[in-house]
Design a protein around this ligand. Structure first.
Ligand code: GDP
Ligand code: IMO
Ligand code: MG
Length: 429
């Protein structure tokens, strides 16, 4: 048996959906442990069908796999129903989706506050997805949250929504000049929505402990990425949860000693959506080249992703804070036909060389990449299925990244399809 955590090693959108799907048939359980519908995970099935998942674990597309939305996730009930209906319409069996009774709910006031806060921040805005993620986690920590289990007791639900709105309506009306929200109407709406998924509510913490005990394979699927982690990321330009591997134990209820491996998903270059520092960002034709060739448009908001070269300082940092055992290097095919490929090996911060992530926010904002130029390759590699199928320069690029990143590369993506993967080391077994 094996319990694996799969995390994004950069700023999200590294290809976590594809990686989860790849290993989905080898596991009995796939668990989302943090985030919510700020995520957009793309899966392309062998028959070419493309799915975009936001809240539901990517394992839903593997027949027979159990899927869990863990306690660490924040759930928008309307989004959940819509996503379930969309999958069912396309013939996907969703009967094996279970929802933690302790997961928190994103309520309409969280979405409203997310949007007005961003508007008021003006130039300092985070560039959130506007899905109510931050305000929902704020309420969780402030002990004002509404949990999935509250849907089972309408009077408790009403009390909690009233308590939350007691404060929030004042903020909405007096600070943001918005209309007050009616608690009774929200309760009615949410209770009606709950009818569509109540039967899925479970003590997922207990079920996962039993599964681990019997020797099932479990994959804990992170969303977002290491640099968007509220503790380890480029704060304050982060999301409001812990996508790093430590978050997997908190957000699933499986203890740390249960975890056998941590697989980091690492794009062969770098992208970011939203505001915040990004040392290797390219604001020239090369950034546009990567965006076009890599199809770098946000799955959730449709925003164009900011693009830049590979940053080994970040990869080393991700190896360290996540305890990465293996990397899955994705989108190597996007770099084909470049004469030379720059890779950032260190930063120059106001004349001082930093080989590791600077300690302060100001230094990260001032970091300029120090590049090493690696020779490119012109061959189309999308049909490669073994390491030997890759041109020599592509092999050398992978090997150099492995040395610079500090963890072995166990899989390489050469296209969006499940089969467009080169496996160097099996991660389960
Ligand atoms: P996630 O949020 O980490 O799951 O990643 P996204 O789905 O937001 O973005 C990754 C994009 O890259 C998706 O469109 C995937 O289909 C695509 N993709 C994943 N792996 C590869 C790969 O190896 N090569 C190419 N060309 N595309 C890939
Ligand atoms: P996946 O799982 C990329 C970014 C937003 C914003 C910041 C905070 O597909 O990799 P939030 O709405 O979470 O409060 O926004 O985080 N962000 C993502 N960027 N991929 C994601 O998810 C993201 N989820 C949030 O753009 O900068
Ligand atoms: Mg994504």
């Amino acid at each position: 048996m094996s319990v694996m955590v799969l995390i994004g090693a950069q700023w999200g959108d590294e290809g976590k959906g594809k990686a989860t799907d790849l290993w989905g048939s080898q596991v009995q359980w796939v668990v989302r442990y943090q985030g919510g519908n700020n995520a957009g995970h793309t899966v392309v099935l062998p028959d070419g069908q493309k799915f975009a998942l936001h809240l539901i674990p990517s394992g839903i597309l593997s027949a027979g796999t159990n899927n869990v939305i863990g306690n660490g996730v924040v759930i928008d009930p309307g989004v959940l129903l819509k996503e379930l209906a969309g999958l069912e319409e396309r013939g996907v069996d969703t009967s094996r989706l279970f929802i933690s009774a302790d997961a928190h709910l994103i309520m309409p006031y969280h979405v409203a506050i997310d949007k007005v806060t961003e508007r008021f921040l003006g130039n300092s805005k985070i560039g959130t997805t506007g899905r109510g993620i931050g305000p929902a986690y704020q309420d969780k920590v402030a002990r004002l949250g509404v949990r999935v289990q509250d849907l089972l007791d309408p009077s408790i639900l009403a009390q909690k929504v009233e308590a939350a709105l007691h404060i929030k309506n004042q903020i909405l009306v007096k600070i943001y000049n918005r209309k007050a929200l009616d608690p009774a109407q929200i309760v009615e709406e949410v209770l009606a929505q709950a009818e569509g998924f109540k039967h899925r509510i479970a003590d997922t913490r207990l079920e996962l402990a039993k599964a681990a005990e019997r020797g099932d394979n479990i994959l804990l699927e992170g969303s977002q990425g290491t640099l968007l982690d509220v503790d380890h990321g480029t704060y304050p330009f982060v999301t409001s949860s812990n996508p790093t591997s430590g978050g997997a134990t908190i957000g699933s209820g499986l203890g740390p000693t249960r975890i056998d491996s941590v697989v980091g998903i690492l794009k062969a270059y770098t992208t970011r959506v939203g505001s915040g520092p990004f040392p290797t960002e390219l604001e020239d034709e090369w950034g546009e080249y990567l965006r076009q060739t890599g199809g770098e448009v946000g799955v959730t908001t449709g925003r164009l992703r900011r693009c830049g070269w590979f940053d080994a300082v970040i990869a080393r940092y991700a190896s360290r804070v996540n305890g990465i055992t293996d990397y899955f290097l994705t989108k190597l095919d996007v770099l084909s036909s470049l004469k030379e490929v720059p890779v950032c090996v260190a930063y120059d911060v106001d004349g001082v060389r930093f080989d590791e992530m600077p300690m302060t926010q100001s230094d990260i904002h001032h970091a300029k990449p120090i590049y090493e130029l690696l020779p490119g390759w012109s061959e189309d590699i999308s049909g490669a299925r073994t390491f030997e199928d890759l041109p020599k320069n592509a092999q050398d690029y992978v090997r150099r990244l492995e040395v610079l990143s500090g963890s072995r590369i166990s899989a390489i993506g050469v296209g969006p399809g499940r089969d467009q993967t080169i496996v160097l080391h099996e991660v389960f077994g």
